[in-house]
Structure formats: C-alpha cells, structure tokens
Design a binder for this molecule. Sequence first.
Ligand SMILES: [Fe+2]
Ligand SMILES: [Fe+2]
Length: 255
Amino acid sequence: MLEKYKELLAPINQFLQCETPNEWVIAASKPENLSVILIDHLVCELKAAQSAMFLIRKYAVDKESGDALLAWLKPFEDFTYRKEGNWKDLIKHNTLSKSMLPKSGTPYGQDLIDKMVLLIKEELHHFYQVLEIMDDYNMPYENISSSRYAKGLLTHVTNHEPDTLIDKLICGAYIEARSCERFAKLAPHVSQSLGDFYVSLLRSEARHYQDYLTLAEEIAGHDISERVAYFGKVEAGLISSPDEDFKFHSGKPQT
Ligand SMILES: [Fe+2]
Ligand SMILES: [Fe+2]
C-alpha cells in the first residue's frame, strides 16, 4: 500500500537521524492505546497551527492581520482548552476572511505568510478529521498532558535573533517529518479506515516539513546544515531513548 509513497518518504527518512523504534509502533497499535494516540494527535494538530500562527504574528504581519489570525484559531482553542462549543461547528470556522498584510521591511514576510497560512488551514482540517474519527469510535475528548518531545526540542532554540526564528523553523521541520514518518509506520498496523486516514496525511505533512526547511534556509541566507544536524541529533535522542510517558511523539516505551 505504501509503495507509491516511497518517493515521498525517502527525503523524510534521510532527514531524520533515526527510525521510530518498533516498540513504539507495537504500543501505538494496541487498542488500549488508541484513545491516547488519537487525542494526542488531535492536540498536536492544533499546536502545529498555533506555532505556525505564532511565527507569522511575531515575524511577518501587521497588528490587524495578527488579530484576524487569532480570531481564526479561537473556536478551536475554546473547544480544546475550555471544552466550549460543538465540535461539528468547527468546520465552519476554518476560514480566514482577510488576506494577510506583511510587515514592511521583512524581505521573507510574504513567503512565510503564504506557507504558514496554508499550513494552518491544513492542520485545522486535520484537527476536524481526527474529531470525526473519534466520533466514529465514540471516543470522548479529554484533556491530556503533552509529551516531552516538542519541549525537548525547543529548549535548544537560541535566544539571539535571527537565529531564534531559524532554530524554530528547523524544529518545525523535524516535528512535521517525524509525524509523517510515524503515520506511515503506523498505517499498516491499524484498522483500514484509520490507516487510510494516516496515509492521506502523508502528502501534506511531507510538504510542511519541506516548507519549514526551505524557509529556514531562505531566511538564514547561509548554510545551516550544521544546525540542522544538531537538532537532528537532539530529535533522534528524544525518539530513541526510554520514555515512561506514552504519546504520539514519545520515545521508546517502557513495558
Ligand atoms: Fe497535520
Ligand atoms: Fe503538519
């Protein structure tokens, strides 16, 4: 089934410095872990949208555009953090009514806006799709804690601009690439419908990884391969080392 996705996955597998451990795939395919996998996946989709939005607001758009962006995300945040609203209405809210105006004097502004606005739209669509699947399984949404993964990466981000932005974009590339790798790994081990959903995510997640990396290279304007390799090592450490907490991006499960 994944044969035709080989080409799509090859650069991702090359980018990542380690493969997901089999122990994680086994744990993630267990029926008793389905709810944690789906709920964590759901929240990760929102977090992906939030981080992209943070980058546009901080680095690329004027105040008015920033407010429009916040309003776009609000119903999704209300549902996730305050359990407000009916999830079925969220599909109506995945629209951004105005075009984003770049801040003056940011040469990369428009490219950052275009790539990130598309990414947010897609992540919020994925968010809704996960809710549909949870509804099929009659699975209620509950708050869960986040894994060590994103924090473990972001703690290595420097606090000197413009390197902070570049580091964050590199982290974004790793998170997207790992998600893509895990969806592909997990797809053959779950139900046909869930597997089909995971496979349907591969193309956009692979593009998100590529977009983050391209932006990091463009904005840096110099070779960043050493920094990319550094975060690759940190990321591989988080994925391959023992982890007590089981989540979508967790390390090697301890049984
Ligand atoms: Fe996504
Ligand atoms: Fe993504």
